[in-house]
Design a protein around this ligand. Sequence first.
Ligand code: ADP
Length: 194
Amino acid sequence: MSNTRSNPLSARIGAGSLTLVQGDITSESVQAIVTAANSGLRGGGGVDGAVHRAAGPELLEACRELGGCPTGDAVATPAFGLRQAERVIHAVGPIYGRNEGRDEELLASAHRRSLEVAAAEGCRSIAFPAISCGVYGFPIARAAQIALVVIRDALLAGQVEEVRYVLFADAEFQVFAQALRDLANESEVVQLAS
Ligand code: ADP
């Protein structure tokens, strides 16, 4: 039995950085915190429950005013009680197997739109959870490949400067760490920090 957390794994990508960390996303100090929302923006369990608890009831109120968000898209609200962040970005990933073969495209889009919305809101740093990899059932190894490629391209384009990808469980962290090592092997613009 051990409570030790995996050490973060970082890579330089263009002028920016990507860091994989194991932990609770509500503890992250970044300008934008992404949550894995449902399309009704009604709050929920998992990471969305944790973000709503930390931000307080005003977050749900702000979500109600937005009225919803389609799968594959993302919308921003203030971060309210999450004081170390400025914005919460509500990303709606696909429920795996329910999208007529478009799951991968929709997962990529949820990440891409989160980065675009963060940039439009003036945020240079952003933290992601493993969108769709919990209750929504997306196979995590494939999700990691998809997410990391989208993030690489956003960093190369200078859309944001710092991306932190926060994995709740050690097993999830290990899968993403392997995917990042694989990406660094095949893509010379991704340079792992030693
Ligand atoms: P989805 O419905 O999109 O699958 P979930 O919240 O069920 O979203 O799960 C997404 C991921 O978030 C899972 O990998 C889960 O382990 C992780 N998770 C749950 N709580 C937290 C948290 N507080 N911080 C970061 N990640 C979390």
